[in-house]
Design a protein around this ligand. Sequence first.
Ligand SMILES: *Cc1c(COP(=O)(O)O)cnc(C)c1O
Length: 360
Amino acid sequence: MSRVYNFSAGPAVLPEEVLKEAADEMLDYKGSGMSVMEMSHRSKVYDEIIKDAEKDLRDLMNIPDNYKVLFLQGGASQQFAAVPMNLMKNKKAGYIITGQWAKKAFQEAKLYGETVELASSADQTFSYIPDCSSLDIADDLDYVYICENNTIYGTKYQTLPDTKGKLLVSDVSSCFLSEPVDVTKYGVIYGGVQKNIGPAGVVIVIVREDLISDDVLPGTPTMLKWKTQADNDSLYNTPPCYGIYICGKVFKWLKKMGGLDAMKKHNEEKAKILYDYLDESSLFKGTVRKEDRSLMNVPFVTGNEELDAKFVKEATAAGFVNLKGHRTVGGMRASIYNAMPKEGVEKLVEFMKKFEEENK
Ligand SMILES: *Cc1c(COP(=O)(O)O)cnc(C)c1O
């Protein structure tokens, strides 16, 4: 067996320990005589898996009791619709456009009400986070929406926008559990798990209880109503059972690693190795304004498309895979999520230095 260093933006690298454990339990989960894939979601043994997962996530993020945790399907993209359906009482919401995911959410919300662009960084290819300290927020906005870490462009909010008391809704797909967060600052935090937590097919929605009600937009499908899911502890219908089981294992792994404070430190150390090199390199350059750099997704370019392609090709051959940048940005992107070991980043930088030497 040989594992590569996988810099994919998602689905992405998972802790090897978790994968091994899952492999060990594949045929017989804890004496049940079956795989987690084969068991009823209503069984006692599965009930323990999903309850444990929720409890561990609550511990990790310090989620207050007045927030519900939902394990759902449909990916982050489905929440682009669920958010307005559940929250647009006045049919008006504000969006901050910091990249494609925010834009997609913005466009989806337009199907349900009036959407206001509060700020945008489209003018410079989303290479920065706009100043959100004094936004023009109308009184009748139902919520303010952000994409907190921009997976494609590699930016992250270092401070949350001043929403002037309005609800904050945040898509944290690509920074989920990468560092501690103060859940009380948000009305809703949600994310697909395939970037930093588990296998594709699960989206976790953390929503304040008072925002969960039957008062949703007319025509909201039963499945997209958070109340349906909350009332049934995410078991209204068959949940993505196996995916939730793997997420649960990752939560336990994170706890063992020291929780989110330790993760933040680990992620800062890793990102620093790469950013420091990008800052001193005469070949590679980061594409993001320094203050807004993400700890998770690091885009960079040589400034020469042919050289970029050569780099990606040689890196792949050397075992550093999925470094090609998003088609809208070009160049390269190294996604260095929680499960990417420090050694992976160190070796990548070594490889980049060698490439720089050879391509002067
Ligand atoms: C990947 C991603 C999405 C889309 O997730 P799906 O689960 O594929 O719908 C949305 N938002 C962000 C920030 C992402 O990184």
